[in-house]
Structure formats: structure tokens, C-alpha cells
Design a protein around this ligand. Structure first.
Ligand code: SAH
Ligand code: SF4
Length: 364
């Protein structure tokens, strides 16, 4: 049965007409699904019962509810959503799970949304990467996460998955989120994070052209060979090429560009790395968010293994988190040289809800 969530106003009008209903029912559907967040046709009281029945025969709304929740000592909450993934090759739909994270702060509430089940980018330091890839979220599954939370002020597409690897669904979801007939969100309250891939041409360019949302690029190392060693995506698309594209856009007005940079002790947190970072972003209005590394069990055990005489260290690079002092020094060096830099507060680490820790552990 086809899902209505994720459809545009025009598409809903067509659906109404095709069901033999007046065109204005399309607008009413929009209002019920996006503004009133209706979960069932029964709620749509200004649409006649007969019309609702006609729609119900062919369509469902597509809202999903989380099946598990974890609460952190810092107030962060993580939710497990069951989602359907449809195979591109066949009609077969399989059930998968994804997680999203609800982050309350004094002046805002942010939702960290997933765009794929797992991820195929294989960044060596990321637990989600170790899950492998289990499918693209359709726009309705992306939107269902947002609609579940009535009190949000900000959205970050930084959960499971690489948004630019699922650009059609991500752009459709952003269109619904930011359109007047949809959720009416300002794009200024939405940030999309990417490792920067241009292969699925022109995913990033389309994101930059078709939306006004903020962009965050996961950098983590400004030396190409070192970045490639921990982020296979660098081999496909050098970050320098990503920046060539990004430089063609205006980052001085509404839209913000930021870089995410996990700090590892002795690996990427010295002055040489800070200087290289400054060279890379020279002339680009941007800021750098320093992220404390969230150690995972698997990485901890790799670290232990590499203490023993074996070559497992080469196969699994180990990641020593930077200490606070070095992060502060790195931040201050960047800021003193004109690139505003902040240390991002980690949230929800105790429930595996912090960056890179989403592995659907709630499923077990
Ligand atoms: N795939 C996208 C968005 C999801 S990952 C991307 O990579 O940008 C969100 C952020 O978490 C990225 O900046 C990623 O590099 C970071 N991250 C991944 N694993 C992490 C870990 N173990 N500790 C801290 N940050 C991590
Ligand atoms: Fe995927 Fe982002 Fe994790 Fe890399 S850091 S594996 S791109 S989710």
C-alpha cells in the first residue's frame, strides 16, 4: 500500500483526483499529515467519510512509532524505529531498524535523524560504519522520525548513514520539511553532515542548489593520505575536490559551513595538523567543531589486541582520544588564526547515543 507521508502538495492533489475526489482534498491531506500530524484517516474529520474510505483502500499515512527508548543521565534520549526498506531490484520489503537521538538543551531541542540503515562509507572510527549498509530510508521514514517529536527547534541529519548517498530521499524530506504546505521549517534550523562524496553526481551539488540548509563536512584530518587511511571515502572524492565545489557557494549570509573534526591524541591534534587544516579552508567562511572521540567496545578491544605482537594494528587503526588540554590548544590555535572553533559537548554517551555510536543496540 502506498504511503502518503513524503508526498508533495502537487502529488497529493493528483492522488485525490485519481481517487475521484476534488482536488482540494490534496490540500486537506497536506494539512492533516504535516500540520496536524495525523496518524490515521479517522482524524481527518473535514474530509467526508466516503472520501476517506476511498483513500484508505489504496493508501496509508506511513507514520511509525519507536519500539524502544533509552534515557541518558544527561537527558538525551535515543529511540529505535522499525522501518521498511524496499529493495531497488524487486518489490520485496524488509524490516530494518534505525535510531534517532533527541537532544534537549536550555534554549533548543535538536533531533539527530538517520538517513540510512547502517552506512557503507566504512569510516574506521565509526560504530555505525561497522554495521555495514542495510538500505536507504525513504522520505517518509526520515519524516516519521521528525513528526514523532512535537517540540523540536533544530534538526541535524547526522544519525545513521551518509545523507549524500541517499540524496533523492533526503532532498524530498527536506522539501517537505521546509515548504509552506509541509512542516514550514526554516532551512536555517537544519544541518546536514556529510563525508563529502561527489561520485553519485551531483549529490552534494544538488543539495547545495536545491536547499538552503547548513552543511557540515566530516573532515577529521586535513592531510589527504592520513584522511584516506581512516575514511575510505577520501579515496573516491578527495576533500579538496569537495571544497572546490563548496567554494562556489555563498557562506557569508544565511547559510553556515562547518567542519567536524574528531581529535585523536598524537594523530591529528598537533600544530602541524592545525596548520594544514587552516591551509585547506583558507578563505572559506566556516567554523570547526572539535569532537571528542567516542570510544567503542570494539575499538577498545582492538587497542588491546594491538598491544600484542601482531599486525592487527595495521588492519584496525587504533584511536587514542585527545586529552582536554590538547583539544583546547587545537581550538585556540584555529580560533587565533581566524577560524572559529568550538569543542562540541558529547551527549548521551552512556546510552550509545553520541556521534558515531548508533548501532541499533536497543534492538537487542
Ligand atoms: N555520515 C555522515 C553523518 C553521520 S556521522 C558523516 O559522517 O558526516 C556524524 C558525525 O559523527 C560525523 O562527523 C562522524 O565523523 C562522527 N563520528 C563517527 N564516529 C565517531 C566516534 N566514534 N566518535 C565521535 N564522532 C564520531
Ligand atoms: Fe558513515 Fe558517517 Fe559513520 Fe562514516 S562517520 S561510517 S560516513 S555514518
Amino acid at each position: 500500500m502506498e504511503v502518503l507521508l513524503g508526498k508533495t502538495l502537487t502529488e497529493l492533489q493528483t492522488i485525490a483526483i485519481e481517487a475521484g475526489l476534488p482536488r482540494f482534498v490534496g490540500k486537506q491531506l497536506c494539512e492533516w499529515i504535516y500540520r496536524h500530524r495525523a496518524c490515521s484517516f479517522d482524524e481527518m474529520t473535514n474530509i467526508s467519510l466516503k472520501s476517506r474510505q476511498a483513500l484508505q483502500e489504496k493508501y496509508r499515512i506511513g507514520r511509525i512509532a519507536p519500539t524502544a527508548e533509552a534515557v541518558s543521565t544527561d537527558g538525551t534520549r535515543k529511540y529505535l524505529f522499525p522501518i521498511e526498506i524496499s529493495s531497488q531490484k524487486s518489490e520485496v520489503r524488509s524490516q530494518q531498524f534505525i535510531e534517532c537521538v533527541w537532544l534537549p538543551e536550555e534554549d533548543r531541542t535538536t533531533l539527530c535523524v538517520s538517513t540510512q540503515a547502517g552506512c557503507k562509507m566504512g569510516c574506521k572510527f565509526c560504530m555505525t560504519g561497522t554495521l555495514g549498509f542495510h538500505g536507504n530510508l525513504t522520505a517518509d521514514a526520515i519524516l516519521a522520525q521528525v513528526l514523532h517529536f512535537p517540540d523540536l527547534t533544530n534538526l541535524v541529519l547526522m544519525g545513521e548513514g551518509e545523507p549524500m548517498d541517499n540524496v533523492d530521499n533526503v532532498l524530498r524530506a527536506i522539501n517537505v520539511l521546509t515548504s509552506e504546505w509541509g512542516l514550514g521549517w526554516s532551512p536555517k534550523r537544519i544541518t546536514v553532515s556529510t563525508v563529502g562524496i561527489l561520485q553519485k553526481q551531483p549529490a552534494l551539488q544538488r543539495f547545495l542548489d536545491e536547499t538552503d540548509c547548513h552543511l557540515a563536512i566530516s573532515l577529521h584530518n586535513a592531510f589527504p593520505a592520513e584522511r584516506a587511511a581512516i575514511m575510505p571515502a577520501e579515496r573516491l572524492t578527495p576533500v579538496t575536490e569537495v571544497l572546490d565545489l563548496v567554494r562556489q557557494y555563498d557562506w557569508t549570509h544565511q547559510r553556515r559551513l562547518s567542519f567536524e573534526y574528531i581529535c585523536w591524541g598524537g594523530m591529528n591534534d598537533d600544530t602541524a595538523h592545525a596548520k594544514q587544516l587552516l591551509r585547506l579552508v583558507q578563505g572559506l567562511p566556516c567554523r570547526v567543531n572539535l569532537i571528542r572521540f567516542h570510544e567503542t567496545n570494539q575499538q577498545q578491544s582492538n587497542q588491546q589486541r594491538s598491544d600484542q605482537p601482531s599486525n592487527s594494528a595495521a588492519l584496525h587503526p587504533t584511536f587514542p582520544p585527545s586529552d582536554e588540554q590538547r583539544m583546547i590548544a587545537f581550538r585556540d590555535y584555529l580560533s587565533a588564526h581566524g577560524v572559529t572553533s568550538t569543542i562540541r559537548r558529547s551527549r548521551g554517551e552512556d546510552i550509545l547515543a553520541a556521534c558515531g555510536m548508533l548501532v541499533n543496540a536497543l534492538q537487542k
